[in-house]
Design a protein around this ligand. Sequence first.
Ligand code: PLP
Length: 356
Amino acid sequence: MSRGVEAVRPGIRAMAGYVPGKQPAPGTRVIKLNTNESPLPPSPRVAEAIGERLADPDALRRYPVPDSSGLRRAAAEIFGCRPENVIAGNGSDELLRIILDTFVDDGEEIAYFHPSYSLYPVLAEIRGAKSRALPLFDGQGGLYLPDLAGVKLFFLTSPNAPLGFSFDNGYIRKLAAACGGVVVVDEAYADFALGNALELVGELDNLIVLRTLSKSYGLDGLRVGLGAAPAEIIAELDKVRDSYNLDHLAQVGAVAALEDRDYLRKTVALVRTEREFLTAGLEGLGFKVEPSQTNFVFATPPAPARAQELYEKLAARGILVRWFADPILEQGLRITIGNRPEMEAVLAAVKEIMDQ
Ligand SMILES: Cc1ncc(COP(=O)(O)O)c(C=O)c1O
C-alpha cells in the first residue's frame, strides 16, 4: 500500500462509498427513468436569468453572494417563514453533510428508516458516526414509532423513497418528541405530495426540513437544496457551510425557478397525471404498485416475472429504471414518472418482456 493510501483514515479506506444511479453520457439515447429527474426541462426563466447574469463581464470574475441571501428570501416567501429560517446548499446532499458535521461527534449515533435514502449511512460513516437502520413498519400494519432517546439525528425521508408514501405531521410531531436530538425531514419529493412538514418549523425546536430543486423544478444539474429550521439552528449550520457553497449561476437560476409558480404547478400536474397512467398500466399487467406521493412508483411484477431480470431486459432496450439489490426491495422496481411517450414505451416494453 502506498504511503498516501496508508495515510487515509481507516474508516474511509474500509468503506465502499455511495453508488449513484447510472448517468449515461450526454447525448446517449435512452429513456431515463432511474434517478427521479423531472419529465420537463426547467422553467425557461432559468436560462433567461442565467443568460442575463452572464452578460455582465464581472459575473464569473467575482465571488458569489456568500450567504445566498436573495435565494433565501425567495425560498422564505414560498415556505412561509423568514430568510433567517432558511439555508441554501449545493444540492440537499450538501445540506445533509453540513447537518452531520454540525450535530454529530465521533461515535455518536444517527438513525433512519430502512428503506429510505441510502446516502444517510454513507455520510454517517464518513463522519465517523454510528448509524442505526430501523424498520418502517411495526409488524401489525402500522408505522413504527422508535425510541430515539440516544439518537443525535434522525433522518426521515417523507415522502418515503423508494416506496412513495408520506408521513403525516401528527406522526412527525411524535417522532420529534421521541428524539433526543434533531429530526431531519428530507422532503425531496414533497412538491408532488398532498402535504408537507413546513408548518412544523415554527412549532418544533428540533426539526429541520430539507427541500431540493432537483426533482420538481428540473434543476438536478444546477445543484440547489434548501433547508428550513429555527433561526438558531440555521445560524449554527451556517458556521459549517463553505463560505461560497452556491455558485453565482445556481443562485440566480434557483431564484428564477422558485418565482415561476405556474411552471411548478404545470410540472406537478403532469407528474400526477402520468403517475396515474403508469400505475393503471402496470396494474393492468398484474403488478402491485405502491400508492405514490412522488415522481416515481415502486412496482412489483407478478410471479413468475422477476424484477432483476425485468430491469436488465429493460436496460438492454435502452430503458433505465432502478432495481435495488436489497432483501426488502429486490422484488420490485422503482420507475421515475416520465412524459406520456416514455410511459407508453416502458409499458409496451414490460408487456413484451413478460409475454416472451
Ligand atoms: C430522498 C432524497 N433526498 C435527497 C436527494 C438529493 O437531492 P439533491 O439533488 O438536492 O442533492 C435525493 C435524490 O435522489 C433523494 O432521493
